[in-house]
Ligand binder design. Structure first.
Ligand code: UDP
Length: 458
């Protein structure tokens, strides 16, 4: 029987990138005859241009299909998690029809954490193996399944009394102060639903590897700790699932990097969705200018009340990002800096020998891309689970420094100090050594297959 996998990614590059990489891996390493990847999106043309060269549409064994939603993320209210959950719920009938129309019928499906409602659809269609790919850390998976193991009252009581969740065998998760209580309750309910659905899968893949999260992965393997919470559902660390730099890619940014000294450039980017306020954009510009350090900055139009605003921005609604920079900034920094509007070839920048540091919002893909290229970071989390990722890279792995955690503005003086610490000081040297060590463990993990060879054919 032909081995056909159907993989579904929820909206956003952060989900599409690892799902596509997993798809390629199933085809090249796990004996799949065919893989179909469904990318759910509210804007097909934008998604197509963002995934760009990743698409291997000509290969009949690796097919990418876009599922266009009737609803746009911009029209919805709530946090990013609740918006994405709503969008994926909206996509369910389309996902079901897509599965039914596939020839041959898939025997394996993989959804990400936001698509777990499709596990029941797959069960209804009698698809043999149902999996979840966690596109972020094992620690976030731990949080999600542990929350689902508590009843709502106990969960709220723990959060109110400690402001943190004590997860068995893992580091506790601190919660940010609640700004919007009704949305907070909605988000907790969605998270508990997702956690409960995860353990209906046959297995869970996580975009991580042992040396990156030894404690959490150990807890999942321990029947007394998270192993109990998973109720026998196996957790497979399959990372790093990252896109690698495309050799020979031509881009102005890369031509500019070619002219800079080794490890001298700080790359500044807040992922596919991150947006700063207008005031913060100004402050960052002044800070970068004051450092005198070479930089590449992916500048977005600001958003005042939603740091994830760029996620669903349509080009037609965007203002000119460069209008928000201080007067004369581009001119004054033209010899040391390069400003790029909205999007840059991140993997190629991080892989370039001239790049020496990354100011990052700590989206999980950005974290992994920085590690596989041995680049230390300044962690500047904005939304979702990014503050957990920032804590992991700064406090545990010691490959990043972290901007101040109060919710005010990050001042230019602080930016100067952070960049100096990363690029010039002893602390930065240690971070660079640590991240290069971790890079080696990523290379080792890539050589191994963490899924048993007979796993899919049984
Ligand atoms: N990305 C890119 N160019 C950009 C911004 C982002 O290529 O200007 C890519 C980045 O390399 C990563 C993905 O988009 O693979 C973003 O994922 P991440 O998890 O870091 O953050 P998210 O966008 O989901 O917040």
């Amino acid at each position: 029987m032909e081995l056909h996998g159907a993989l579904v990614a929820s909206p956003g590059m952060g989900h599409a990138v690892p799902i596509l990489e997993l798809g390629k891996r199933l085809l090249n390493q796990h004996g799949f005859d065919r893989v179909t990847v469904f990318l759910v999106t509210d804007d097909v043309s934008r998604s197509k241009s963002l995934i760009g060269k990743t698409s291997t549409e000509e290969d009949p064994k690796f097919v990418i299909r876009f599922l266009q939603l009737g609803v746009s993320g911009q029209e919805l209210n709530g946090s990013l998690l609740t918006k994405l959950a709503e969008m994926m719920r909206e996509a369910l009938p389309q996902i079901k029809s897509a599965f039914m129309e596939l020839e041959p019928r898939p025997s394996v499906i993989v959804v990400d954490l936001l698509g777990t409602e499709a596990l029941a659809v797959a069960k209804e269609l009698q698809i043999m193996k149902k999996h979840v790919l966690v596109t972020t850390s094992a620690w976030f998976l731990a949080l999600t399944v542990y929350m689902a193991s508590l009843d709502k009252e106990t969960l709220l009581k723990q959060l109110r009394s400690r402001g943190a969740l004590l997860i068995p065998g893992c580091n506790p998760v601190m919660f940010d102060p609640v700004k919007d209580p009704s949305n907070y309750i909605r988000e907790l309910a969605e998270s508990q639903r997702i956690g409960a659905e995860v353990i209906t899968a046959d297995g869970v893949f996580v975009n991580t590897w042992h040396d990156l999260e030894p404690v959490t992965i150990g807890s999942f393997l321990d029947p007394e700790n998270l192993g109990r919470v998973m109720r026998g559902v196996p957790v497979h660390p399959v990372g790093p699932l990252v896109r690698f730099a495309e050799p020979g890619l031509k881009h102005d940014v890369l031509n500019w990097l070619d002219l800079q000294p080794k490890e001298s450039v700080v790359y500044v980017s807040f992922g596919s969705g991150g947006a700063l306020t207008a005031e913060q954009t100004m402050e960052l510009a002044y800070g970068l200018e004051l450092t005198g350090q070479r930089f590449i900055w992916v500048v977005r139009s600001p958003a005042e009340d939603d740091p994830s605003a760029s996620m669903f921005d349509k080009t037609k609604n965007q203002t000119e990002p460069l209008d928000y920079l201080p007067e004369g900034f581009l001119d004054r920094t033209k010899d040391i800096g390069l400003v790029v509007r909205t999007w840059a070839p991140q993997e190629e920048i991080l892989a370039h020998k001239s790049t020496g540091g990354f100011v990052s919002h700590c989206g999980w893909n950005s974290v992994l891309e920085s590690i596989v290229n041995g680049v230390p970071m300044i962690a500047w989390p904005l939304y979702s689970e990014q503050s957990m990722n920032a804590r992991l890279v700064s406090e545990e792995l010691k490959i990043a420094t972290r901007v101040g955690v109060d919710d005010g503005i990050v001042k230019k003086e602080e930016i100067v100090e952070m960049v100096k610490r990363m690029m010039d000081e002893e602390e930065g040297k240690e971070m660079r050594t640590n991240v290069k060590e971790l890079k080696k463990t990523a290379e080792e993990a890539l050589k191994k297959s963490h899924i048993p060879s007979s796993y899919f054919s049984q």
